[in-house]
Design a protein around this ligand. Structure first.
Ligand SMILES: [Zn+2]
Length: 455
């Protein structure tokens, strides 16, 4: 194996994780890197004029993003990478202000399958989007990130709960409202106004609505004697968003390539910007309408003109189905690595090792979209990239999670494979993955995006 520890890439990863406490921040940071690399922003409400050889991106709800590059030559299929921008967490209720024992607390609702216990005794920040009304009456949406420890969820001392280590259940309604300040009168709207003034210089505004969540302000770090591990919040699935983006930015541009990062995977993907919504299909329709159809466009501008004439006939539903069926989606979402303290939770022959390379996820009940055709292709991609590959299937006596892969495959009919970096502590406030696996999956995806043939 060649070099698997890329310090610069890991630094970029840690910066991205730290600066992306919410899907809006994640999509915004991805958009900023795409812009820097020359990708042109498209607006969903505007007409699109797509040119072969150019690179574009578009967002929906500001929390999901699709970036793509069109080849100079005929678009015969797209090499697609999927991921999701959201992570489980504690989100604020609309009327969040509550007061107990002289403390201002904020009521929370649980977003996704949160592992609740690790949220206690953490230094919490608050981030999301806030909508304000200015003095002249106009509304504005603002990204807020109070990136300092403004809250905590204190544990109850063991002396007051002797059974706590015997599996006492945690009630998020009554036991998990973070405490923010010693006050009987302070309210959330007042605090928001103060933070908006502090961060954005806003005065005389009224907070009209918000979507905000708490997060751990401890920055990501490399852990282990040899720094074998990356520890951070939101590795599921910002790690895949980051790797997909790195691969798209590093590929040679010779092939049609697309990265989609949906929102709302952790709550089932059923939304306008989730994988079950029409975001990707809408973008593919528009790509097909502009540059779809198997019409040769190699050569000079005159041939390009000929092609323009044929576009109307060719950018049809027929060519859209051809495009989708000639494409491949690698859906990237983290996998469960074998845990040294809980080895019996994995099938004996399917315990993916941290730093053992990307994991192909298989499930006979189609909780993962992988089949032997897409699996074989990914194995070949990894062979070409000199990257080890592992497989995961859940124990036959346990249930299986799912991800955006099967949902995208169901919605679009695109051949799909589910893969992911192996990690521990999925859905904890601090998760752990392998630092070498970051490089392995990036290399495999670059090789995929540059691959001349998908068969
Ligand atoms: Zn997840």
């Amino acid at each position: 194996m060649s070099e698997t520890f890329n310090a610069e890439r890991l630094t970029r990863l840690c910066d991205f994780l730290r600066q992306s406490p919410t899907p809006w921040h994640a999509a915004g940071n991805m958009a900023a890197r795409l812009e820097q690399a020359g990708f042109q922003r498209l607006e969903e409400k505007a007409n699109w004029q797509l040119t072969p050889g150019k690179r574009y991106y578009v967002t929906r709800n500001d929390s999901a993003i699709i970036a793509f590059q069109l080849p100079e030559s005929e678009l015969t299929g797209l090499r697609m990478i999927g991921a999701h921008t959201d992570s489980p967490g504690l989100h604020l209720k609309p009327n969040a202000t509550q007061c107990s024992a002289g403390w201002l607390q904020l009521g929370v609702q649980v977003y996704g399958g949160v592992l609740l216990a690790p949220w206690f005794d953490r230094d919490l920040g608050l981030a999301g989007r806030v909508h304000v009304r200015h003095a002249d009456g106009h509304l504005e949406s603002i990204l807020l990130n109070v990136d300092r420890p403004i809250a905590t969820v204190p544990s109850l001392a063991i002396h007051l709960d002797r059974d706590v280590n015997s599996g006492r259940p945690i009630n998020p309604q009554t036991q998990m409202a973070p405490v923010l300040m010693q006050s009987d009168t302070a309210t959330l709207p007042e605090l928001l106004a103060q933070w908006l003034k502090e961060q954005h210089g806003l005065n005389g505004i009224e907070v009209v609505d918000f979507e905000l969540g708490f997060y751990d302000v401890q920055p990501p770090s490399l852990v282990g004697v040899k720094q074998e591990l990356v520890a951070s919040a939101r590795l599921d699935n910002l790690l895949s968003c980051f790797i997909g983006l790195e691969a798209l930015l590093a590929c040679d541009g010779s092939q049609g390539a697309l990265l989609v990062a949906n929102d709302h995977e952790e709550v089932g993907s059923a939304s306008a910007c989730g994988a079950q919504g029409p975001f990707l299909a809408d973008v593919l329709k528009r790509i097909n309408a502009q540059v779809g159809g198997k019409v040769g466009i190699q050569g000079d501008g005159r041939k390009g003109e000929k092609r323009d004439k044929k576009r109307d006939e060719k950018g049809s539903e027929e060519t859209l189905i051809q495009l989708i069926q000639s494409s491949l989606m690698i859906s990237c979402d983290n996998a469960h690595a074998l845990h040294p303290n809980f080895r019996d939770k994995h099938d004996e022959c399917h315990g993916p090792a941290i730093n053992g390379g990307p994991v192909i996820k298989v499930n006979a009940s189609q909780r993962y979209a992988t089949n032997s055709v897409t699996g074989a292709l990914f194995r070949d991609v990894c062979r070409e990239a000199d990257v080890p590959v592992q497989s995961f299937v859940t124990r036959a006596d346990m249930g299986c999670g799912s991800t955006i892969g099967p949902i995208t495959a169901t919605e679009l009919g695109v051949p799909t494979i589910d893969v992911g970096v192996p990690q521990w502590a999925m859905h904890s406030i601090r998760e752990t993955a392998g630092s070498k696996d970051v490089e392995y999956l990036t290399r495999a995806l670059v090789s995929f995006l540059n691959r001349a043939s998908l068969s």
